[in-house]
Design a protein around this ligand. Structure first.
Ligand SMILES: Cc1cc2nc3c(=O)[nH]c(=O)nc-3n(C[C@H](O)[C@H](O)[C@H](O)COP(=O)(O)O)c2cc1C
Length: 186
């Protein structure tokens, strides 16, 4: 549908369509998103993650991670995170301010069972991520479900920016205003 970026509700719908597509389509723009947290030594930390789930009705996104990664410690200290998407084809930037809950153990066993065996090796009995090592090829990891975490990102604020040829459209939506949008200067 043309000019979806000129209407606040259609732009909001497009944001969620983009996120849902990222979960289901490997080459979609929102498959890999930047995930930023407050660092523990000051400043921000950012890294790429895979979007594993998107629930537009609940306004929630889901990401898998290692319980021993720095981002988990950062989120335990401050649960706020920002997720950033750039859809180059749609000329659309999406910024999502979220509050992140971390689930581990029995309650994430169904997600763990759905992960193919080779992919489970990123959750293992090795050192925590970021430790020094002599030989990357020598690392052997036995999958360990206790290292697996699901991050549930409850979206609080959405900032959507569409870059047009002549006019840029930027809108903000917040959970506290029931996702009613407003235009802001780009
Ligand atoms: C394309 C791509 C996808 C990634 N997906 C994930 C992911 O879904 N979850 C994750 O924890 N790390 C993922 N990573 C690794 C992170 O970017 C990061 O290096 C790692 O999680 C350690 O980050 P931290 O020390 O800041 O916690 C991915 C990296 C790349 C390049």
């Amino acid at each position: 549908m043309h000019d979806w970026w000129t209407d606040l509700d259609r732009l909001h719908g497009r944001v969620w369509d983009t996120l849902v597509k990222g979960v289901h389509v490997k080459r979609a723009a929102a498959r890999h998103v930047a995930f930023a947290t407050a660092g523990q030594t000051g400043g921000a930390e950012a890294r790429m993650v895979v979007l594993r789930g998107a629930d537009p009705a609940a306004g929630k996104l889901y990401v898998h991670t290692d319980t021993m990664s720095a981002k988990v410690a950062e989120l335990r200290a401050d649960p706020r995170a920002t997720i950033l998407v750039w859809d180059a084809q749609a000329h659309l930037q999406i910024r999502l301010k979220c509050e992140v809950g971390i689930d581990t153990g029995a309650c994430v066993a169904p997600e763990w069972r759905r992960i193919p065996e080779p992919a489970r090796r990123v959750y293992g009995n090795g050192e925590e991520p970021g430790q020094g090592m002599d030989c990357p090829e020598a690392l052997t990891v036995t999958p360990d479900q206790s290292r697996f975490a699901v991050m549930t990102c409850t979206v609080r604020e959405i900032d959507a920016l569409h870059l047009g040829r002549d006019v840029h459209h930027r809108a903000q939506y917040s959970r506290s205003r029931n996702w009613q949008g407003r235009w802001v200067t780009p």
